[in-house]
Design a protein around this ligand. Structure first.
Ligand code: F6P
Length: 343
């Protein structure tokens, strides 16, 4: 039997704890393995900061949001103790034979490099944005979508009372999966996503059409959307501490433009991190549990450099690279389908 280390890295996501529990239970029950958790993602790996994860440590955690291990955006190649040789030594000192890395693009890219340098790592894909390729859904997306829909339904009733246009900004820096699904579920009159360029004139037309039919227009916009011809919203805001462009609150920018052009009173709401918090949905708990269990099977079979993924209803295994080649964007056909419902 082996001693396996688990880490959660990058932005948190409902379902992370269910992955941890699935891995620990399958590992203990099927193979007699032992588990430890690295604290705060790669920071815990680099600094050798671990906690033991016996069976009782994961009792009842699949219904908890966040991650019991903590997370960070630390890069495993940073600092004096980073890099494959140092990490190998640290793992040896702690008696850890293999690592399960739960994370998004950045985490998996780091894991890939380390695996190529000889470390024994398998991955579990994670993001509420659902933008990782080579997996049909990522856990966390269903929960974030449900939270967004509940919030947007509430915006709807207040919007209707006041005959206002309501703009709901949802997460999605690079892709519009959340906006598309939450917008469709909530019956939005316009859905705006980074993949699709739409003019202000078109947006205003959809808003007017809904208003003319006596509805309170509802616009669902992904944070990464930029109206055609407009400056990127982050252009004047520079980079954040982690070198990523600071997004500029597209909802707040759209609202006055819509109001001025249509004469319809308009309010914007940014849902923000509410979408990443709290209890995971049943769908996400099941998906996350199965992925965690399958990751231990990957370790057992020494499938280093691979990530578990959902294809249809089956969990399978793909090389890290398969998830890193491209972002999984909303296909044109999915937007065209939703667009029929706008206005
Ligand atoms: O990738 C998940 C995500 O929630 C994005 O939708 C969002 O742009 C970003 O993370 C926010 O990151 P942070 O929590 O670091 O502000």
């Amino acid at each position: 039997n082996m001693r396996i280390g688990i880490l959660t890295s990058g932005g948190d996501c409902p379902g992370l704890n269910a992955v941890i529990r699935g891995a620990v239970l399958n590992g203990i029950k099927s193979y007699g393995h032992e588990f430890v958790g690295f604290l705060d993602g790669w920071r815990g790996v680099v600094e050798g900061d671990v906690i033991e994860l016996p069976r009782h440590a994961v009792r009842g955690i699949s219904k908890q949001g966040g991650t019991i291990l903590g997370t960070s955006r630390t890069n495993p190649y940073e600092g004096d103790r980073g890099g494959p040789e140092n990490i190998k030594e640290t793992l040896q000192r702690l008696g850890i034979d293999a690592v399960i890395a739960i994370g998004g693009e950045g985490t998996l890219a780091g894991a890939k490099r380390l695996t190529e340098a000889g470390l024994d790592i398998v991955g579990v894909p994670k993001t509420i944005d659902n933008d990782l390729d080579a997996t049909d859904y990522t856990f966390g997306f269903d929960t974030a979508n449900q939270i967004a829909v509940e919030a947007i339904d509430r915006l709807r009733t207040t919007g209707e009372s006041h005959h206002r246009c309501m703009v709901a900004e949802v997460m999605g820096r690079h892709v519009g999966w959340l906006a598309l699904h939450a917008g469709m579920a909530a019956g939005a009159h316009a859905i705006l996503i980074p993949e699709q360029s739409v003019t202000m004139a078109q947006i205003n037309t959809w808003v007017r059409e809904a208003h003319d039919r006596g509805r309170a227009p509802l616009v669902v916009v992904a944070e990464g959307f930029v109206p055609e011809g407009a400056e990127a919203p982050h252009s004047e805001r520079g980079l954040d501490t982690f070198g990523r462009p600071r997004l500029g609150g597209i909802g707040e920018r759209l609202a006055p433009l819509i109001e001025d052009a249509t004469g319809i009173e308009t309010r914007a709401t940014v849902l923000g991190h509410i979408q990443r918090g709290g209890v995971p949905s049943a769908f996400d708990r099941v998906l996350a549990t199965r992925l965690g269990m399958a990751a231990v099977d990957s370790v057992q079979e020494a499938a280093w450099g691979t990530m578990v993924s959902l294809r249809g209803t089956n969990i399978n295994r793909v090389p890290f690279q398969a998830a890193l080649n491209n972002l999984k964007r909303v296909p044109q056909a999915r937007y065209d389908e939703a667009r029929i419902l706008f206005g």
